[in-house]
Design a protein around this ligand. Structure first.
Ligand code: HEC
Length: 145
């Protein structure tokens, strides 16, 4: 049963990363990076909701993946590539230093939380802290957010 729930969560995550019609390789790569981050957030969120059993090691693994993906953001966005399906705003490249700092904030918060989550009750405050860094970047650099 437990496996079933995890599989379901994984399937939902995969559906969200279908990126139909995106042809630019760079855009696809950075979208996949973002989707990987979102998928780990789903694991944390599902655990907070009680849909996934709490295991500190699984949460730490999710946080580590988020931190690693955050570290890749500046590289993934270094080329000013576009695609009709991209939600990336041109300000990323006119203000790349700030963009990089916002990626750094996500990296710092998520890696700083590794080993700090001891119970389900710790998850929501952690998600709020992480979510703030997502929104800070999306607000300035992603269309539709
Ligand atoms: C440093 C900036 C930055 C940070 C931090 C950031 N994002 Fe993004 N995100 C973007 C940009 C820019 C796009 C649009 C990329 C594109 O469409 O080319 C995006 C797109 C996405 C997408 C859509 C991907 C797709 O398939 O089109 C998701 C989902 C997403 N982000 C989730 C998150 C989550 C969750 C966090 C925090 C845990 C986060 N992002 C943190 C900049 C950021």
């Amino acid at each position: 049963m437990k496996t079933g729930i995890i599989l379901l969560a994984a399937t939902v995550g995969t559906a969200a990363i279908a990126h139909t019609g995106v042809e630019d390789e760079d855009v696809l790569a950075r979208m996949n990076g973002m989707s990987a981050i979102a998928q780990e957030m789903k694991t944390i969120g599902g655990t907070a909701k009680g849909e996934i059993d709490f295991e500190a090691s699984r949460i730490d693994a999710a946080l580590k993946t988020i931190a690693q993906e955050a570290e890749r953001i500046p590289t993934l966005f270094s080329a000013e590539s576009t695609d009709p399906k991209s939600g990336a705003l041109p300000e990323i490249w006119t203000d790349f230093e700030d963009f990089q700092e916002k990626a750094g904030a996500l990296q710092a918060v998520s890696s700083g939380l590794v080993g700090e989550i001891e119970s389900v009750g710790d998850l929501r405050p952690a998600m709020r802290r992480i979510g703030k860094t997502c929104r800070a970047c999306h607000a300035d650099y992603r269309a539709s957010d």
